[in-house]
Every structure is written in C-alpha cells, then in structure tokens.
Write a protein that binds this ligand. Structure first.
Ligand SMILES: [Zn+2]
Length: 286
C-alpha cells in the first residue's frame, strides 16, 4: 500500500462543474434542491474517515430507479460521475485527471505495482450514490484492484481495506508484509501478513482485509516469479565470485534499495526472504 495526498479541490468545485454540464433543466433543479443532503453526506464521510469508521455509513438499498433523496434517483446520482466526470470532453474531467495524477509514476496505491487506469470508489457508488463524485471517495487504481474490491462492502471496522488518503503513518512505516521462500524449482515466494503486535487489533485485522480483498498473495507471488527468473543469471556471477556469501550480499543490497523506497512492497518482502534463505543462497537460485 502506498500513501497518497488527498485531492486539494473541494466537493463543491466538482459538483458545480458536473451540474453545469447537465442539459436537462429539471435534473439540474432537482440536484440543486438536494444540496444540503449532499453536503451532509460529504461531512459525514469526513468525520468518519478521521477515525476509520467509514463502515458506519449506511448503504443505500435500492435499484437504479429508486429515489435516494428529494426527487433524485440512484441512476441520476451515479450519472453525475459516469456522464459528467468521466467523459473526456466534459469540464469536470479535469478533476478526474487530477486525481489520477496524484499517484506517483501512475502506480496503483492499493497494490503498489499495477498501472493506474481508473478511479476506484472507496465506498462504491452503487451503494453510496450521494458520494459518487466526492473527491476523497475517489482513489486512483489499477483495473485488478478496482475489480477485486468492487463486490462487497465492509460491515465492521476490521473489514475495511486501507484508504491511501487516510491510512498513513504506521501502515506505511511499520513492516506488516512478509514473505517466505518455497523450495521449488525455480524457487517460489509465499506472501503473508504479520502486523506488529503493538498495533490495535482492528488495525491488524485491516491489513489482513486489505491483503485478502485485493488478492495480493497470488498477485505478489506472480510478480516475484518474474523477478526470480530474471535474477538467476546475475546471481550465478555473484556465486562464482564469492559463493553463498556473494549471493547473500547481492540480495541484501537489493533488499536495502527496495526497503528504502517502500517498507511494505512485494519486492522488499521478497528480497528480505531470499537473502535470509540458506537454501536459496547456497544454490536454490539455480
Ligand atoms: Zn492495484
């Protein structure tokens, strides 16, 4: 997981720009009439995100034609996003693009390796239509993370995956992602979560939820498999020069480089595990 700075523009900026591009006068009036409800929903999100209690926001249970509030349906609220913020020719697209660009090198903050191609609604717009264009509910994401998480919603604090705008500090700086080397040919890597025991139980549970929701065990293992096949030639040379010690030193250097960048990345955990594996360094890499 990677931390991101939250968007700097306001909900009102986005709302006014989206509403400004609606051609139907009745819909414009209907949306303007629910301004208070929209503002209240956004304030509630702000309050609850500060204490990681977003799961307490009740979902809207109703189909697309159902009225959410005032005279505005769920489809119309979702349309603010899909018809007025996503299309490239709409003025509110500038906000969509700005949020996408918040992710350094366009790398997905949820998995830390996928390429950002979309915005993820942290609280899905199908269940939280009032938040469909709220900037802090929109996170740049890769397609796999966006798809992986869309199915369910958290019903307790423990089930909430990490939010890159709010879950920073110890979630980023303390190590919770680890790996072990499986003695196969070629070697494979198994990833697991081990949060520090001085963390609160809900924070410990949340990193596990994050890891499971985005299917990171499998996806990280595939990334590692590719890296391991690339390593072989290089480690052969290190082994010829200084046997097991040469391999260990090369891997420790790679671990130091990766860990300086990100404490919890598939690469950091992988190099840590490889460097510590007697089996791998003494010839398992071949
Ligand atoms: Zn991702």
């Amino acid at each position: 997981m990677r931390a991101l700075a939250p968007p700097q523009f306001t909900f009102t900026d986005v709302l006014n720009t989206c509403v400004g591009s609606i051609s139907c006068q009745t819909l414009t009036q209907n949306i303007n009439a629910i301004n208070l409800q929209l503002t209240t929903a956004v304030q509630d999100f702000d309050t609850k995100s500060a204490t990681a209690d977003l799961f307490q926001i009740p979902p809207f249970i109703g189909n697309n034609d159902a009225v959410v509030t005032g005279q505005v349906t769920k489809a119309e609220l979702k349309g603010l996003y899909t018809l007025h913020m996503v299309p490239t020719k709409k003025p509110a697209r500038q906000y969509y693009d700005q949020i996408m660009m918040q992710a350094p090198l366009r790398i997905c903050p949820f998995c830390g390796f996928g390429q950002v191609t979309t915005l993820d609604h942290y609280l899905p717009k199908a269940k939280f239509p009032l938040l469909s264009i709220f900037p802090k509910n929109l996170v740049p994401s890769c397609a796999d993370c966006n798809k992986g998480k869309s199915a369910g919603i958290a019903t307790s604090k423990n089930e909430q995956c990490l939010h890159p705008y709010f879950d920073q500090g110890h979630f980023i700086n303390d190590q919770w992602l680890f790996a072990e080397v499986i003695h196969t040919t070629p070697a494979t890597i198994r990833y697991f979560v081990q949060a520090p025991n001085y963390w609160s139980t809900s924070d410990q549970a949340r990193v596990n939820s994050h890891f499971d929701d985005f299917k990171l065990a499998k996806r990280f293992s595939i990334q590692a498999g590719d890296e391991i096949s690339n390593l072989r030639g290089e480690l052969d040379i290190d082994f010829q020069i200084n046997q097991q010690t040469g391999v260990e030193q090369a891997l420790l250097k790679k671990h130091a480089g990766a860990s300086l960048q990100h404490t919890n990345s598939w690469k950091t955990a992988m190099y840590q595990a490889l460097a510590a594996s007697n089996w791998y360094c003494s010839g398992g890499f071949k």
